[in-house]
Design a protein. Structure first.
Lengths: 309, 309
């Protein structure tokens, strides 16, 4: 058995806290994957080339084209790859590719979008997941990529038209780790287990709420009065924050996309589950996106760039 | 000159992070004040009596009645004084007074209120400030007590009818100290100096915003693109959070009070200034409440309780 079957591309999803490498076959299938805690936040200037060799291991010796997406192309990354304006299609992403100084790899650009008030929003990495998840030539679609900074993305005819960021995951972590609400919370029995009724109650509160900073305080009040268990504080707050995000995203998207097509959820299994529950409570249809969207997107971009046949 | 002119009451505003003591004359005038970093969070069970002696200093030897309000009456305080239900007038607060086990002082109860969905909200200390700030027998009035946990309070004919908490100050501190937004922020040149145009822009964003977790992310994006200076991040975020609070509080209060009478702002000078600017941008009239509302309220409650003539 050959431990290194023939490959055509090394694709890297290189983010803030971790880096993932994929070895892809000629048609784009994932042959193997590796992951290391070598995210942008863990690296200083001058350490990136060595980190790449460490991440790739024995793949580093293979003469294969390499392409990366994510925060590795940010000001805090290896090189700053200029943002591409929306609307942007895959051709625009290819035109924005930049190569590291030593020729180690190409990096996909992030996107910038300005809302009606001229306020900018940015993303890096999600553009590639969208390319991997949304079939080319698809009609208008709305996708959500939940996480530290959730992104809602409008795609029309293969172009990313606009997007909006919600700091849902980061705010959740801040509240649990550092706020007075977190002091009341007990860690849940098992991280993967979602307490559905509590989460649903939080989502309803978030969907209805007129003020997020008011809504979340009820976690403390209800704990004090014995109406919310300490181990449920996390799930309840998660529900409020996701509900708040969905309510705002629905208004944001509502004018352009009536949400008759399902919202695509692109993310980890645990987050997809939470968003599916929350979206159904908001009467919005949803569907889980394909797995390993980043690897698929990187392959499509590399192929259009002529890096692979 | 007598260093200790005749007094009638020692009044204590004893909160989470600090404790203030007032020596009050027979008519309620403040003769002297003392403050110490002996807040509820700094003290463990069994340390409160000694902390009181330390705070009072040579006043501790005077045979004067003592009354306190604030978090000292919470579960994390000296004794837990049960919450009183809204609507509550000063008579109800007097009925809820409790005395510490050694008879050291009386403590004013906090309030609990349930909204239309049955979700509870609580406060401790603000009930006393309201008693001190709002003239008895006044018509309907709306007051805001800005701070770590801002409280909006509806008062009708001398009764506290309802209230709502907004975690504005705590969320601001979390974002500046622990979030990705704070990493971009530089401390302002002088803490007391408000950069008005930047703050006003933040307020407008907060008043208009459909999603707080989306709105605040623009602090990062605008910094990245050179459209917001690092030393302005704090004032801009403060504006967004206060604007978000005001927009929600206006909807919360709108049904009952049309805001034709000015909103009373009860707080420190710096916060009163920010809220006056923000409320005027929201087309809501406001007025600064009287200073030392806690001391005034404690005196009124003590007099009604017969502790002072």
């Amino acid at each position: 058995m050959n431990p290194n079957p023939p490959a055509s591309l090394l694709a890297l999803d290189w983010g803030t806290s971790s880096a993932r490498a994929y070895r892809l076959a000629a048609g784009g299938a994932v042959l193997d994957r590796r992951e290391a805690p070598l995210g942008v936040m863990q690296l200083r200037a001058g350490q990136h080339a060595a980190a790449l060799v460490s991440l790739l291991g024995d793949w580093a010796g293979e003469r294969l084209p390499r392409i990366a997406s994510g925060m590795i192309g940010s000001r805090q990354g290896w090189i700053e790859v200029p943002y591409v304006d929306c609307p942007a299609d895959t051709v625009a992403l290819v035109a924005g590719l930049r190569t590291t100084p030593g020729g180690e790899m190409a990096i996909v650009p992030g996107l910038v979008h300005r809302d009606g008030d001229g306020v900018p929003d940015v993303l890096r990495g999600e553009e590639t997941q969208i390319v991997g998840a949304v079939p080319e030539g698809d009609e208008g679609i709305l996708a959500v990529l939940p996480g530290t900074h959730s992104k809602w993305v409008r795609v029309e005819s293969g172009r990313i038209v606009s997007f909006a960021t919600f700091m849902t995951g980061e705010l959740f972590a801040l509240l649990v780790q550092h706020s007075i609400l977190g002091r009341l919370a007990a860690p849940p029995a098992a991280e993967a287990t979602l307490h559905h009724p509590v989460f649903a109650d939080g989502v309803a509160r978030g969907l209805a709420c007129d003020g997020l900073t008011h809504a979340i305080f009820a976690a403390r009040t209800r704990c004090l009065l014995g109406e919310l268990a300490a181990e449920d504080v996390g799930d309840w707050l998660s529900g409020v924050l996701i509900g708040h995000e969905i309510a705002a995203a629905r208004r944001w998207a509502g004018a352009s996309i009536p949400l008759t097509t399902p919202v695509q959820i692109i993310g980890s299994h645990a987050l997809v589950e939470r968003y599916q529950v929350a979206l159904s409570l908001a009467d919005v249809r949803s569907a889980a996106g394909p797995p390993e969207a980043a690897a698929r997107g990187l392959f499509r971009i590399a192929r259009l760039a002529g890096m692979v046949p």
